[in-house]
Design a protein around this ligand. Structure first.
Ligand SMILES: Cc1cc2nc3c(=O)[nH]c(=O)nc-3n(C[C@H](O)[C@H](O)[C@H](O)COP(=O)(O)O)c2cc1C
Length: 253
């Protein structure tokens, strides 16, 4: 594999959920937000907004609402990443165009959801290159409606996930990089090739060894990666999302 500093930062990624008390400077926060903004953007819509949660009381409330994940409140910073078509609708209206039909369609939803994810991943990588770590918080969608109200989020904007960032706690073991699927499970040339079961089973075994290494004192064996995937899909279908999104002006057609 090619090696350089950027590839090294990317390959070293591991979610961090245990933070020191060190805070971020204004300059660091600005750097992170500008790094997010440097991401590519479909039609140059820049169809996202980032809400920086600086009110400690609000932060604690959100940590609870995000599926009760207290480590969120222990990070140095928590950003809520929103897909945002409201600003573009407003800009178009100022330019004399009514785009309400377009911004409520499936493609606008995809465009904004992709834009926000690209921006967030830029922030994550910038943070990791600065010695910080962090974790995405999709648990935010557990209370997506309540959180939208709490943060004054209007129609044609929705919070997609949070990102908690901070310096690693001294006790944090850090660097526990999760093995990824083998290349041939996710990469093919010229046509789609489904992964073969043997490859998936071997990877499942590799993940089992990873879980055992990570937590050798566990009394019960960690459920397998495959069981984890199945369990998450069964327990977190978040079937309320479509109704929520439609209520907020998304995915109407
Ligand atoms: C969109 C998204 C949402 C996530 N939500 C959560 C979350 O709510 N809580 C959490 O602890 N981890 C969350 N994660 C982190 C994943 O569990 C983690 O990225 C995955 O297990 C791979 O591990 P790694 O990031 O250490 O490589 C989320 C990741 C993504 C990309």
């Amino acid at each position: 594999m090619e090696q350089n500093e950027t590839i090294h930062t990317i390959m070293r990624h591991a979610s961090l959920r245990s933070f020191s008390d060190l805070k971020l400077t204004r300059n660091q926060v600005e750097t992170l937000v500008r790094a997010a903004q440097a991401a590519a953007s479909s039609n140059f819509f820049q169809a996202y907004s980032i809400i920086d949660i600086t009110d400690p009381e609000l932060l604690h409330k959100l940590a609870k609402l995000c599926g009760d994940q207290p480590f969120i409140a222990k990070g140095a910073r928590f950003f809520v990443f929103c897909a945002d078509m409201a600003r573009n609708e407003h800009i178009a209206a100022n330019a004399g165009s009514d785009v309400s039909e377009s911004v409520s369609g499936a493609d606008a939803f995809l465009v904004a959801s992709v834009d926000v994810a690209l921006a967030a991943q830029n922030m994550m990588l910038a943070a990791e290159s600065m010695g910080l770590g962090g974790c995405y918080i999709g648990g935010l969608r557990e209370s997506v409606s309540e959180i939208s109200d709490l943060l004054d989020i209007p129609d044609h904007v929705y919070p997609v996930f949070g990102l908690v960032l901070g310096y690693p706690a001294e006790t944090s073991r850090g660097g526990e990089i999760k093995p990824r699927l083998p290349l041939n499970a996710i990469y093919s040339e010229n046509r789609y090739v489904p992964a073969v079961d043997q490859t998936l089973n071997d990877y499942n075994d590799e993940m089992q060894r990873y879980y055992e290494r990570r937590n050798p004192e566990a009394e019960h064996p960690h459920c397998s990666w495959a069981q984890g995937v199945a369990r998450s899909l069964v327990t977190h279908p978040r079937n309320f999302m479509l109704a929520f999104l439609q209520e907020r002006g998304w995915l109407r057609h």
